[in-house]
Design a protein around this ligand. Structure first.
Ligand code: AN0
Ligand code: CP
Length: 315
């Protein structure tokens, strides 16, 4: 593995999950691997979990870590080829990225979508520019369309808590006050489709995700019907994909509450965090044993560690 941008980069998903669980049991077993190697983390957007868990993961492998908050501390970057840079951008990615590549052995970048142009966001032009011009192994810290480290942590959490039968997993849209990227939902669907589970996606009309990522998942517009018999409910907001980046619906009946769980199979509830309490998900669920959100966040460390370990071993 030379890059980790999507489940498609992973040769064996089950082996990666097993690797993460082994690291969770013994996090300091490979401290020699990262000796004298540097991980550079570049954040074009905010982060709590991705920033800290990836740093801890790298340190547990013996790596050095440097973080650049490129949205605040770095020069404003230009990504357009041939741009006449007489505006607000100060440095071109063609100049900045090779510098990062010369300082670091592995590069991680967080680059949210602009949610203005679907074509631009779908092209992943920012991520692709970093990969191309740093020339180093790359780990996505959430790109315009996918958040694979989150999904790997979610797959680890599902594996740890999975019942004996083939579980039903429901990805449900929830309300939000801001236009939110599709990356977490796309990525969750893409990864869960690789596990031996039944995946159902539920959302109001107008919120269909890109089928490139949801694949064979069944779509059910009636949320209550979708939730029947669910073993896991993954709650997430996303903006419209067809009316790109727009908020079409803020119907608060879609907020997940205890009432929504009545017909489930005592479902465990998941969310990637940060969560808007009492907008996306009710306090009563988040404060109850049904919630898996802290387990998911903890597994971010071992997801990142398994990925970094493979990148160190193979490059
Ligand atoms: C981001 C998103 O949904 O992509 C980051 C989640 C990890 N969430 C928000 O912007 C609230
Ligand atoms: N879940 C997640 O990626 O959180 P952060 O945005 O805080 O990194």
């Amino acid at each position: 593995m030379k890059q980790f941008t999507s489940v498609l980069d992973v040769p064996d998903v089950q082996a990666l999950i097993r690797e993460a669980l082994a690291l969770k049991a013994n996090p300091f077993a490979h401290q020699h691997l990262g000796k004298n190697r540097t991980l550079g983390l570049v954040f074009l957007n905010p982060s709590l979990r991705t920033r800290m868990s990836t740093q801890i993961a790298a340190q547990q492998l013996g790596m050095n870590v440097i973080t650049l908050n490129a949205d605040k501390d770095g020069w404003a970057l230009e990504f357009q080829d041939g741009a006449v840079m007489n505006g607000n951008t100060v440095e071109h990615i063609r100049d900045a990225a090779p510098v990062l590549g010369s300082y670091c052995d592995i590069i991680g970048v967080r680059c949210f979508p602009g949610l203005q142009s679907r074509e631009m966001d779908d092209s992943e032009h920012i991520m692709r520019a970093f990969i191309r011009h740093t020339g180093k192994p790359y780990v996505s810290l959430e790109s315009a369309t996918l958040h694979p480290l989150q999904s790997l942590a979610d797959a680890i959490t599902l594996t740890e808590t999975r019942p004996k039968h083939r579980p039903k997993v429901v990805l449900t849209w929830a309300p939000h006050i801001k236009p939110i990227p599709h990356a977490v939902a796309n990525s969750f669907a893409e990864w869960v489709n690789r596990l031996d589970v039944e995946l159902v996606v539920t959302h109001p009309e107008g919120y269909a995700l890109n089928p490139k990522f949801t694949g064979t998942a069944r779509v059910e517009h009636n949320q209550q019907k979708a939730l029947e018999g669910a073993d896991f409910v993954y709650v997430k907001n996303w903006s419209s994909y067809s009316e790109y980046g727009k908020i079409l619906n803020q119907d608060s009946t879609w907020m997940l509450t205890q009432r929504h769980l009545l017909e489930t199979n005592q479902a465990r509830v998941m969310h990637c965090l940060p969560v808007r309490r009492n907008v996306e998900l009710s306090d009563e669920i988040l404060n109850s044993p049904a919630s898996l959100v802290q387990e998911q966040a903890r597994n971010r460390v071992y997801a990142a560690q398994a990925v970094l370990k493979q990148l160190l071993e193979n490059n």
